[in-house]
Design a protein around this ligand. Structure first.
Ligand SMILES: *Cc1c(COP(=O)(O)O)cnc(C)c1O
Length: 369
């Protein structure tokens, strides 16, 4: 029995990448975003499965993540989607990573660092069309392109933006950003450059074909999770990750007995409690105390009492036919029942992204498919 096990079905990842690619026009490519340890799923196996299914590029957030992928033997283009500090540029060059440029000073730093390195650094200009995080304002673009031109050590590989609201019902702001990026693309093309243009995250890839340009950047959807926090199956996606543990003990409680730290739950009747050896030390949020549920023997049981660092307790009721050692599902399917990451995120007032990212290194990862 595994104490805390995340099983990732790579066949699901391949299915999801395939399903997303079917939405793309010919010639439009898919970048698999595997930052933050593949959204908690494990970066290497997910990256491999995505490439097998036709992704052409990997996206990460940090230079360390890019270097790790190179060390693991990935030869495909890898882009760092987050900012680089000046002292990280050398490592980016060594990892043959593609990088973003988002300010003039950074462009100058980059040119200095790349100078004489005998390596052409592929870079992508990030344009801020409304997110107000990294990125040049569109009006700064022309001046910027004039500076890139005489720099032989830099190759302008791409021009990109990022949407703030592709997953929101109201699409006004999305349309505003899209139109602004279309203008950007026009401007760039009139200067004679022909970089690739990319903008769409998972939500935009699924909802707005007109935002695909030459490349889409999909993270959450390749894991089979819904960018809209709804039913991933409705978008043809299959969740890849399940989280399981086991019943370490089953214990009889008398009416009035209380359970766990702080005695926050008291048995309203004679009952039995299941003790499960997983807790917030594994990234199973303490905010699920007295809230979440688990599956055992194909049925659902409520979490009662506090989630502690290494254990949780569930109310199995006065009559059940479960035995110690039996598997417990915290995320995933068992019999006809399932608990989705989206359900858990809803209880936690967050999004599915955070739930899987939070799974700690103490959770064993296993792969199948
Ligand atoms: C993380 C990230 C993505 C992926 O977003 P999803 O919503 O997970 O598809 C795309 N683009 C950029 C710039 C990112 O940082």
């Amino acid at each position: 029995m595994s104490r805390a096990l995340a099983t990732v079905d790579l066949e699901c990842v391949r299915h999801n990448v395939g399903a997303l690619r079917q939405r793309l026009r010919r010639g439009c490519n898919l970048m698999a975003v595997v930052k933050a340890n593949g959204y908690g799923h494990g970066e290497e196996p997910v990256a491999r499965a995505s490439l097998e299914a036709g992704a052409t590029m990997l996206g990460v957030a940090t230079v360390g993540e890019a270097a790790r992928l190179r060390e693991a033997g990935f030869a495909c283009p890898v882009i760092v989607l987050g900012p680089l500090a000046g002292d990280e540029i050398g490592e980016a060059i060594a990892a043959r990573a593609e990088v973003l440029i988002w300010t003039l000073p950074f462009l100058r730093t980059l040119m200095k660092a790349a100078h004489g390195k005998n390596a052409q650094l592929r870079c992508h200009i990030k344009v801020d069309t409304g997110m107000r995080r990294l990125g040049l304002y569109p009006r700064q673009l022309v001046e910027f392109l004039d500076l890139v031109e005489p720099a032989p050590e830099l190759e302008l590989a791409g021009v990109m933006t990022h949407f703030a609201t592709a997953d929101e019902e109201d699409d006004d702001f999305f349309r505003f950003q899209l139109h602004s990026f279309e203008d950007v693309a026009q401007t760039v093309l009139t200067t004679g450059y022909t970089p690739i243009f990319h903008a769409a995250n998972s939500a935009a890839t699924i909802r707005f074909p007109e935002s695909h340009f030459n490349l889409v950047r999909c993270g959450i959807a390749i894991y089979g999770l819904s960018p809209f926090q709804t039913d991933a199956a409705a978008d043809g996606l299959k969740p890849a990750l399940s989280l399981t543990s086991y019943l370490a003990d089953i214990k009889e409680l008398a009416e009035g007995d209380s359970v766990g730290y702080g005695c926050t739950w008291t048995a309203p009747r004679r009952t039995t409690i299941g003790i499960i050896p997983i807790g917030y030390g594994d990234g199973f949020s303490r905010r699920l105390s007295n809230r979440g549920r688990v599956l055992a023997g194909g049925r659902s049981y409520p979490i009662v009492g506090r989630v502690s660092m290494d254990q949780i307790t569930v109310d199995l009721g006065p009559a059940h036919n479960l035995r110690g050692g039996e598997e417990v599902v915290l995320i995933g399917r068992q019999g006809d029942e399932s608990i989705t990451v989206e359900e858990m995120a809803g209880l936690l007032d967050t999004i599915n992204y955070e739930v899987t990212c939070n799974l700690s290194p103490r959770v064993e990862r296993r792969y199948r498919g």
